[in-house]
Design a protein around this ligand. Sequence first.
Ligand code: DPP
Ligand code: ZN
Length: 865
Amino acid sequence: PEPIYLKDYKAPAYLIDHTDLRFELYEEETLVRATLKVRRNPARSGKSPLELHGHESLELCRLSIDGEVLSERDFSRDDELLHIADVPDEFVLECLTRIHPQLNTALEGLYKSDGMFCTQCEAEGFRRITFYPDRPDVMSVFRTTVEADRKLYPVLLSNGNPVESGSADDGRHFVTWDDPFPKPAYLFALVAGDLAVLEDSYITASGRKVKLQIYGENKDLDKLDHAMLSLKNAMRWDEEVYGREYDLDIYMIVAVDFFNMGAMENKGLNIFNTSCVLASPRTTTDAAFQRVEGVVAHEYFHNWSGNRVTCRDWFQLSLKEGFTVFRDSEFSADMNSRTVKRIEDVSMLRTAQFAEDAGPMAHPVRPESFIEISNFYTLTIYEKGAEVVRMLHTLLGAETFRKGSDLYFERHDGQAVTTDDFVQAMADASGRDFTQFKRWYSQAGTPRVEVSDSWDAAKGVYSLTLRQSCPATPGQTEKLPFHMPVAYGLVAQNGVELEAGVLELTDSEQTFTFDDLPEKPVPSLLRGFSAPVKLSYPYSDEQLLLLLKHDGDGFNRWDAGQRIAVNLMQQLIEDHLAGKALSLPDAMVDSWRAVLNDESLDPAMVAHLLRLPSEAYLAELAEVIQVDAIHAVREFLRKALAVALQPEWLEAYKRCTSDEPYSPDAESCARRALKNLALGYLLATDEDALLALAEEQFVDADNMTDQQAALSLVVHSGFREAGQRLLDDFHTRWHHEALVMNQWFAVQASDPWSGALERVKTLQEHPLFDAKNPNKLRSLVAAFCAQNPVSFHAQDGSGYRYLGDWIIKLNKKNPQIAARLLTPLTRWKRYPQAAQQLMTAELERILAQPELSKDVYEVVSKSLA
Ligand code: DPP
Ligand code: ZN
């Protein structure tokens, strides 16, 4: 397979003004009749052949131009393209295609999920439905008729507004949908099934009434309220914060169980993975509640940042994704705790995105090339892309940023544009020059910023010197300096803030001075994580403790605690590898005790402050990743802190236990977070009495957060028999709830105790495991390979082999998921020699397979390059 390059972009030769689709859905096959009004693109000179994308699985039955049927000589098919050499300047193309959604296991295009028909067209799924210019810069008005058996598929949905419905022969019926907003084919959607619906309505700022519908299986009807509330909150927020109103008369969400991604923003008809829309206190954890809120908002926000203004080509994917993630994270920050949301986002970025940026698949926020676009729905495009937009927001301030977004939406409504256009709107609205800033879009890798300081006591002048650099990434050896905002504060010894602001670093080295200071301050740097970089400053423990106590920026308070813990753990890892005994410093115990006893702190903040840096984060920071040592050290510290502070943990546990009925509000979530953190430490003491406490919580819980926390803590603890008992009990209670059972699989797959691989292999035979369902693969296979490092990296290579077998099995059946599961193997360069050999051997074995999908080929070949 050959890569496609951004530099080769050409405007489309033909435009489609109108797309009329008629679907006849049957049990064995589906017929698709497409009528396209085609016109030569005036922006392109010269005559070109018409090229339509069409997957090899499409069966072309008939093709005509202006009513004249084409013969085999008039067109040709190769690879993914249908060429028609000779076409008029303007014409109507009719095409009849036969497809087989029932056999579609890739879950791209039209497929069946649990008896219902549904679609996933982003990025290039529409070419599995009919022949079409399947590229985002071809925007067309769509009219869609869906016809199916009335009994089996009473609900027939597509984009836009319903305009006609009626009966057809043989107990069949149809509905016609009209979408007046021009859109690319990737936003097309169709659903047909026997679905229940939750209805509500929303009055927009200008007074229009919009019907809101969330569809799901009948048994899940009681799990749709939270998504509905989140949707209405998101609609209001987008009006208030961005001045954006919804534009159709109806907004629909459909929950499906078989879905490759989280959710999809199809115009007026979002399709969601059940895991991102269903929520009820009994079955759903607090974290999942928040995920539902965030994803519902994300897809809703795409209606403007993605649909009304879309991407010119797939290299611009972050245009819509980075901006929309920034929008949804600000929404969640406004709905919940801003600091906690920031801590969660940054933790993910620093572990997973930084690791991606340091690996063989590293790519800029706007990639230069790809083989398979599905491989670029990455943390870099989404999360780093959102950080880039956040930096613009920081540099401009909220008000000017809003002027920029207004200009962007106004200037480009109805267009397919580029990240350059986005930045240009921000530049034009503010009068600033963002030429250098745009390097964030073109240069891959995580920049380093090294800070040093000096103090002139006689003059009261403090200065900070910042040096930036960026490591080489595949295809990019030389990097130029970035333009980055570095938010800072200067803190006095008594905790008072002397000064705060934002430094703009543009050179590779720059010095900033601060006058008239009464004493040498402690610098609080990169507040709120104002740029996605690795910043270092030679902090002493005393300085970090001061920031932990007094920093005016909540994020940096937390980060000071993280830095203390990381420094200690890195030292302990060295000690462990050198065979030395490990010990817990008293200072750490004292500072943790102070945090734990400080009732003025938000319990959510306490829970974050007292959670040790994850094994994944320590791995990302390591030169050479010593999996077992990292695990051993973290477990040692957890136990030591558990024992040293046992009375305090118990006190915190009791303080945070409440008799109130469950509520998913931020304050209650915070209490549960701290309570369950405390429970984890209590269990780590290995005392039987404390096991009883956990079992009691498991049995008495009126909500999934508490029950699942107790389950996973006991299962992962040394109480092996009790763990099995709770697993069996949990199974009895929840075997009928698919999403809850995903947790049951994941808890076992991520259990670090020996024998995990055998347990996972046994679970694969469980009747509820289904290798065709991506959620199941994620909860078992991905959980084992990505969240159980000790077992996955077993020295005999059995974990690698296990993953390799799965990749080979899934390569053809579901290439997107196969490529995604591969991630842990791609990181082989970071591990010790022996592991490297086993991991690359596994990659070689996959590469040698016949008929590798583009998805898998790209990831494996780049990993071995
Ligand atoms: N465009 C989709 C989303 O991120 C892809 N899953 O919302
Ligand atoms: Zn998105």
